[in-house]
Unconditional design. Sequence first.
Length: 383
Amino acid sequence: MISYFKRSVSIFIMMTFCLSGTVLLYAEGVNKVRIERLAKGVNLSYWMWLNNGEPTELEKRFPDSDFELMTKLGLTHVRIPVEMANLYDPQQPESLNQKNLSLLAEGIEKILTYKLAVIVDLHSIFFQDGGVDFSGPLGKDESFTETFTYFWGNLAKYLSRLNPDWVYLEPMNEPVLIGQEEKWPPLQKTIIRAIRENAPQHTILATGAQWSNPETLLKLQPLDDPNVLYNFHFYEPHIFTHQGADWAPEPAKYLHDIPYPSSPESIQQAIELNNTDEAKKAIQSYGEERWNAKKIESKIAGVVAWANKNNVTVICNEFGAYRDVCPPQFRSLWIHDVRVALEKHSIGWSMWDFDKDFGMINRENGTAIPDPLIVKALGLNNN
């Protein structure tokens, strides 16, 4: 297994130059058409991720009518979160789970027929063990880190048969490594090298540590691979977007009725409705921070400045707010302001998610019914 990681760079360079079309296509960065296909998207959760280890055919989770609706709304791509445990068998580390891999590939091929591009997102390693620490032992356990890189090499080789103009590879969603963030950039470089050796034409997505937040992306040194996009997630401020979410840290998990935009005046009712001293203090700070469209745009502008400085392209393939608790009118306004800020800087986006607790549609007897507030906030087709 270890010899896999030590393939010489010269072999990789020779292989790349033999694929002359690839060299010509990516000599100056990611192809413009590929970037445009990531303009507007949505995450398809609970198919290959958080499915209790029992993925099924795509149609059983997302019927054809869902994809017809996505194209009608004007979406250009989807992101498929995948749990490593669904594709990896620790008893047979040299091979992938062929049954589930076939389900994934068949699902991707079906989605492509709707002219929707696909991001294959390695979303978490073993969710039941790691929870929201999606990267788990990665970067902490040397043996597992080697296994993970080898796994991605095999997965990339399999996925390389899919159209590289329509399918994108994302090595790790929201790597965490709290207190060890410096380990992520060289580790990501190694993983991407393994992917590139096996999928020489596919566009790869890189990101920063600490749940792909904008600040860690700004510390990242771009790779010397021109066919890479740089990705961040945007859920700021968490006190608003994750209010009432039981997996969120305190005090956000216990909050409710938090408004947006925020000001010292607008949060007074929320202070009255939330009972603990910790909650009241957090809400007071939120009001004083004055979160609004201008502040959101300034946060995103920092990422844009980094991208311009490094001559790379950035995307944001997660943003959203928890709809089970977040007041609908404030949620839609926040989504609108983030989307407008992203589009102002030509940053492609993917909302989290399609139909679950951050969703853009509701289900009525299994049929997807668009949420009119969210469709409008996203600037999508509403007729």
